[in-house]
Write a protein that binds this ligand. Structure first.
Ligand code: ADP
Ligand code: MG
Length: 492
């Protein structure tokens, strides 16, 4: 019998793989937000006409010399600080040599033995408010290569060098993750931190945040197994699928008496499987050596401190503050701080109001609408001020929860403020005892039989009466008052 205890896919997602443990380490290539490239003044804008953003350095003309872009260095340091990482005041640029048509120099300038950023940590926010720490091994700077375009001509490949020389940060994790869920949480958190810092836009569609996934399996607590590296997976969903497929493949292979070969694989998103690209035995020997055109990079400790002083409040600190100041659950706080803009929106709704109520409205109602309309918080059809107004109308009892949902829907559709809609549609809830009592009397007079049944012990009928009275007030009776008055009257 097979030892595999993978019962279903959700076990795999959460790393419940019975006799086997999945081990994952991620390498992320994050494009630095910078107007110009790492070693040249050429522009970096996405989507420009091919080969219009290429300097002589990027095209590797003989004799051209790289000149380091100070802003990119600052961005890498800022990122390292945001990852609670060691900043190395001395780092070295190396040449990583290989031949490829989109690499005119025949080498990529990268950092190898002495990267600019060393060990750091990142805290994963997992479902049910759980969290877990993953260690960052290093962050190094390197240039991007150009792009080979295979789909422009039936027989030819074209080369676009616009991307050649663009600054990348390669961020490498320790093999600390144990499930596809954790890998997804890692990528989300890393992207969130980079966006807070303004050092990478995290846009996976445009390739400015790319991920290589290293996967191995082992008996829990045993030695690390042989890993396969899945290259350039371009969405978080695909990263999860690739891991789940690859882990299953390795477990089945080993259980059938086979051995995992160390190799580079590709994820085929159409089929949801990984397949071999090249084996590590044929891996390049890159012949790294220090780039003779660049001096070692020496940073001033004071300069690093100055950058540190400018860091924004980052997601973990903000989350802790939201939990403490607003009484939110870890889960809600984690959701609200994911994007800096969302957190700011929430704070302006919550300030001076019932903060939990505000959180519910932002998370359940507003996020629901944004998801449906595929919009960012910056494009929200309801402003923070307007949502705040709605929360006020709930707090002062002008609206019941049910009416508030109708008003919210109208706010989304018309862009009008909460108060304006309440006035226009006469949606103010009825809190006048006399009016509610009159409505109750009318219903009781119409339903003499049901009243008798209720009084003879069928108290389940309460819901029926609530519904009738609610209907007769156009849904506007204050629910708590209605309940109380109704019970009193029915009791006789
Ligand atoms: P390479 O250049 O060969 O890809 P790196 O050091 O750049 O090597 O990256 C190695 C990545 O693989 C790291 O993210 C590391 O955590 C991960 N890794 C190393 N060993 C294993 C393993 N046995 N299983 C899963 N991931 C691993
Ligand atoms: Mg690698």
């Amino acid at each position: 019998m097979s030892e595999t205890a993978i019962v279903n896919d959700s076990d795999l997602v959460q790393g419940r793989t019975g006799a086997w443990e999945i081990v994952l380490g991620l390498e992320v290539h994050a494009q630095i937000i910078s107007n110009s490239k790492l070693f040249s003044g050429a522009a970096t804008a996405f989507g420009a006409e091919p080969n219009t953003q290429v300097s002589l350095v990027d095209a590797a003309f003989p004799g051209m010399l790289p000149v380091i872009n100070g802003y990119c260095i600052e961005q890498a340091v800022r990122t390292g600080l945001g990852l609670n990482a060691q900043i190395n005041l001395r780092s070295v640029f190396d040449r990583k040599n290989y031949f490829y048509a989109d690499l005119p120099a025949g080498y990529q300038i990268s950092q190898y033995l002495q990267p600019i950023v060393g060990k750091g940590t990142i805290i994963l926010d997992l479902p049910e408010g759980r969290s877990r720490e993953v260690a960052i091994t290093r962050l190094h700077l390197e240039q991007d290569a150009g792009k080979s375009l295979h789909d422009q001509h039936p027989k030819k490949t074209y080369v676009d060098l616009n991307r050649s020389g663009v600054a990348l940060m390669e961020i490498v994790s320790e093999p600390d993750m144990r499930s596809s869920e954790e890998a997804a949480a890692y990528l989300k958190k890393l992207r969130s931190i980079l966006r807070y810092l303004g050092t990478c836009d995290g846009n996976m569609d445009e390739g400015s945040f790319r991920c290589d996934v290293n996967v191995s399996v082992r008996k829990p607590g045993g030695e690390l197994g042989t890993r396969c590296e899945i290259k350039n997976v371009n969405s978080i969903r695909f990263v999860q699928q690739a891991i789940e497929h690859e882990a299953r493949r390795q477990i089945e292979l080993v259980e059938d008496g086979g051995k995992v070969r160390q190799e580079t694989r590709l994820f085929d998103a159409g089929k949801g499987i990984t397949r071999p690209m090249r084996s590590k035995e044929h891996a390049h020997d890159y012949r790294y050596f220090p780039d003779p055109d660049l001096l070692p990079l020496e940073l001033d400790a004071g300069w690093v401190e100055d950058i540190k002083a400018t860091l924004p409040e980052l997601p973990d600190v903000k989350k802790a503050r939201f939990i403490k100041a607003y009484g939110l659950s870890a889960y809600d706080a984690g959701v609200l701080v994911g994007e800096r803009e969302t957190a700011a929106f929430y704070e302006s709704v919550a300030t001076g109001r019932d903060a939990k109520l505000a959180a519910n409205w932002v998370i359940s109602e507003l996020f629901g609408v944004l998801n449906k309309q595929n919009k960012e918080i910056g494009e929200s059809p309801v402003s923070a001020a307007s949502l705040g107004e709605l929360v006020d109308l709930l707090a002062d009892n002008t609206l019941s929860g049910r009416l508030a949902k109708d008003v919210f829907q109208a706010m989304v559709e018309t862009g009008k403020g909460a108060k304006a809609i309440v006035e226009e549609k006469g949606l103010r809830q009825v809190t006048d005892t006399g009016a509610i009592e009159a409505a109750i009397d009318k219903v009781m007079a119409e339903q003499v039989d049901k009243v008798a049944e209720y009084r003879s012990g069928k108290d389940k009928l309460l819901g029926f009466f609530v519904g009738q009275v609610m209907k007769s007030t156009g849904g506007k009776a204050n629910p708590a008052m209605l309940n109380e008055l109704l019970k009193k009257k029915l009791a006789g």
